[in-house]
Design a protein around this ligand. Structure first.
Ligand code: ATP
Ligand code: MG
Length: 352
């Protein structure tokens, strides 16, 4: 098991340290960890937020465990030298096109949800967002029309192949969960969405054990707050997924709890190559104080064991230890508690 570890900036190193202690406590056979620089710290040391050496390290591993990148002191730099480019560059260079974001309501935290506690309690879903296509990458521009008004455009497009590969990722994820998949589109008005829907239906034939349904994105946004318990896995395009995944995050509470995975097509011995990171950023306001909640990163490590190493049991052990830690009231500052980064790591390890 070769794992690249890129802590990055701000609280990145603090939360990664706890995730590594948790992995260590599992005594994984043959685990090897290779460190690399990303973000502002990489810019300071190597003159680039994503040094070639770091990309090579990632390529020599089965998975990347990533902290966070960003630093207010880099705001004046040209875009391609900004720390945030590290994660975008890694995703592009490693061919990672599927972003998985689980949203689970932990017992005892219902009051932190934006939803009513009895509705929040039902949330246990996974959003699978396509990352490489859609309106963000289509032809775009602005021009001045004959009537003197300025006009802007961004073309939304998906190829069948792009839809099929994200659909496979989502069906496989559904097989590992409750076996339900909701594909979200806007097929009543968008050609891209009609093609999306057709391609997803085609792929569904290979997964007869997964129950597939389709939902328009406006309805999905409503259902996510009205009756989130109906969702297991949700698959959608880049734009809709961007919005829905943030909406889902806020339904379950703190940013310090939410993990993510970015997967591609490259296979490892027991799964898929992936990059795993908390959804939060570098939190400059609390960096260096030992107050960051490491749970999002610990849960990202659990996703890594599941998707890149096929170690479902170990992933579940971590997830139950985290759930127990939270249920026992070991809460960091983001949850209104006072546990330190290390105390939370210790509490999870105690419960493994
Ligand atoms: P970046 O530009 O790196 O994304 P940001 O300030 O935009 O940074 P975050 O770093 O996600 O966004 O921080 C948003 C808020 O959430 C901050 O107040 C931060 O302290 C808090 N926060 C983020 N992550 C954590 C965490 N793991 N534990 C506790 N608080 C956190
Ligand atoms: Mg941010």
């Amino acid at each position: 098991m070769r794992i690249a570890v890129f802590p990055g900036d701000g609280i990145g190193a603090e939360v990664i340290a706890e995730a590594l202690r948790v992995l260590d406590a599992l005594r994984l056979p043959g685990a090897v960890y290779l460190a690399g620089d990303v973000g502002a710290i990489a810019y300071q040391r190597h003159g680039h937020p994503l040094p070639q050496e770091t990309v090579e390290t990632a390529r020599n591993c089965d998975a990347v465990l990533f902290g966070a990148v960003g630093d207010p002191s880099c705001d004046h730099l040209e875009r391609h030298l900004r720390p945030e480019q590290a994660v975008l560059g890694l995703r592009a260079q490693l061919g990672l096109f599927a972003n998985l974001r689980p949203a689970t309501m932990f017992a005892g935290l219902e009051d932190l949800s934006a939803l009513k506690p009895e509705i929040a309690r039902q949330i246990d879903l996974l959003i699978v967002r396509e990352l490489n296509g859609d309106v963000y990458f289509g032809d775009k521009g602005t021009r001045t029309r004959d009537d003197g008004q300025r006009e802007g455009w961004d073309m939304m497009s998906y190829s069948e192949g792009e839809v099929r590969r994200i659909a496979h990722t989502a069906f496989l994820a559904a097989q590992g969960r409750k076996g339900r998949l909701t594909s979200v589109d806007k097929a009543n008005v968008l050609e891209t969405s009609q093609l999306w829907r057709d391609a997803v239906i085609e792929v569904a034939a290979e997964y007869p054990d997964v129950a597939l349904d389709h939902m328009y994105v406006d309805n999905a946004a409503m259902q996510l707050v009205r009756n989130p318990g109906q969702f297991d896995v949700v698959v959608t395009g880049n734009l809709f997924g961007d919005i829905l995944s943030d909406q889902a995050s806020m339904c379950v509470g703190s940013i310090g709890l939410l993990a993510s995975a970015s997967l591609g097509e490259q296979k490892t011995a027991h799964g898929t190559f992936g990059l795993y990171e908390p959804i939060h950023g570098t939190a400059p306001d609390i960096a260096g104080q030992g107050r960051a909640n490491p749970i999002a990163t610990i849960l990202s490590a659990a996703m890594m064991l599941r998707h890149s190493f096929g170690r479902e049991n170990d992933a579940m052990r971590i997830e139950s230890a985290v759930a127990q830690t939270l249920a026992d009231g070991v809460h960091g500052g983001d949850l209104g508690g006072s546990a330190s980064t290390k105390e939370i790591g210790d509490a999870v390890i105690d419960r493994l």
